[in-house]
Design a protein around this ligand. Structure first.
Ligand code: ZN
Length: 382
């Protein structure tokens, strides 16, 4: 409730149109009322920040929990402690994050560095000792405070391409809370919100809009930006961002949808509860994503998938427009530096439009259930 209140304050201050119907908390919520420490963390690399992936990008079965920092196409770039603290955990695996370093900081946050090629100095020695002790390449070791203290700017590791990595880069996270493994129950926050120097003067791009009638096949909106409907529908938005020194297909920071000028849907991801990462399946058109790699963010969540993590939307995010009327649906997307792109869709309803009852309680026939363990069965999407 408290977070909702903060969100409403944010919407009041930051949007020109405010609807008292908007509620929600968790995923997609701004932290503005809860200031994050600025200038506490430094860029962990000695090069300008260029991103090959942004925070909370939509991935197969999870959100991208950090930022991917470019390392000039090379491995073994020096990685520096983002702030004072101590090495709290080292984890090494041939999969996932590969060689990972967790540093717990004096302000309670944890910084995480993944896909490393190796560890520096005393950390490297401690890791080698652990390989021998556990007689394994894959190790996980939690260190006590005082064992491996680090200073802000201290060389702690070398960047690499280990684990599930498609090229040399540094995956960097800033987390808060969590269990002793610094993962379970933790919350990951967009590192760029901690005042790290980052330049982006390039606008995001709205690459596609899809209109999903509640009782029919999805319609790809073409350049005419118009559609005629005969019943309730929801909308899907596919947008990407580029920045100086970054790839063109990064995720955007915020998506807003307006119905005739009034805010109808708002989605942003300043933070993510790590445990809820699989909820991505309920937020985007997942079967379409599995086929095309194009992530259409839906104004409506899966039936039955509502929870404390939902984006902010009016009601259930389904448009129910009066028969024989014309409406304008505005879509506006932003990157983290506030560069934006807009597109307006004109929707006309047939005279015989039936606004069928809320389908919220209809059986969930979607292949991915948010409240059950997820086993990806690719065949169901073919
Ligand atoms: Zn990454």
């Amino acid at each position: 409730m408290k977070t909702t209140y903060k969100l409403l304050i944010f919407l009041l201050v930051n949007t020109t149109v405010y609807s008292p119907l908007l509620t929600g908390e968790g995923l997609g919520v701004r932290l503005s009322a809860q200031p994050l420490p600025q200038d506490y963390f430094r860029n962990p690399l000695n090069m300008d920040i260029g991103l090959s992936a942004t925070f909370a990008e939509f991935r197969n079965g999870h959100f991208h929990a950090g930022i991917d920092m470019r390392t000039g196409g090379a491995v073994d770039q020096p990685v520096y402690a983002a702030a004072d603290g101590y090495v709290a955990r080292v984890s090494i695996s041939p999969w996932g994050g590969g060689k990972i370093l967790y540093i717990k900081h004096t302000n309670g946050y944890t910084s995480v560095y993944m896909h490393l090629n190796g560890y520096a100095g005393a950390i490297g020695k401690a890791v080698l000792k652990e390989h021998y002790a556990q007689q394994s390449y894959s190790i996980s070791k939690i260190f006590a405070p005082g064992e491996l203290p680090v200073k802000k700017g201290q060389l702690v590791a070398y960047s690499g391409n280990t684990g599930g990595s498609g090229g040399p880069h540094l995956h960097f996270e800033i987390r808060r809370g969590g269990a002793a493994d610094l993962h379970t129950h933790s919350t990951t926050i967009n590192p760029l919100l901690f005042g790290l120097p980052y330049t982006d003067n390039i606008k995001p791009v709205i690459r596609g809009l899809r209109l999903y009638p509640e009782d029919g096949k999805a319609i790809n909106i073409d350049a005419t930006n118009s559609a005629t409907v005969s019943g309730p529908f929801h909308l899907g938005i596919y947008a990407t961002d580029a920045a100086e020194g970054s790839t063109a297909k990064n995720g955007v920071d915020r998506v807003e949808v307006y119905l005739d000028g009034t805010l109808f849907f708002c989605y942003t991801t300043e933070l993510l509860p790590v445990d809820s990462s699989r909820m991505v399946n309920a937020i985007i058109d997942y079967p379409y994503f599995a086929r095309t790699r194009q992530a259409y963010l839906l104004t409506r969540a899966l039936p039955g998938a509502e929870g404390p993590w939902v984006p902010i939307r009016v009601g259930d995010g389904i448009f129910r427009l009066k028969p024989g009327s014309t409406h304008h649906i505005g879509v506006k997307v932003y990157d983290i530096k506030g560069n934006s792109a807009e597109r307006t869709l004109t929707v006309t309803t047939n005279q015989n439009t039936q606004n069928t009852p809320n389908t919220q309680n209809t059986p969930n026939t979607h292949p991915v259930k948010y409240d059950q363990p997820f086993n990806f069965q690719f065949s169901i999407f073919n």
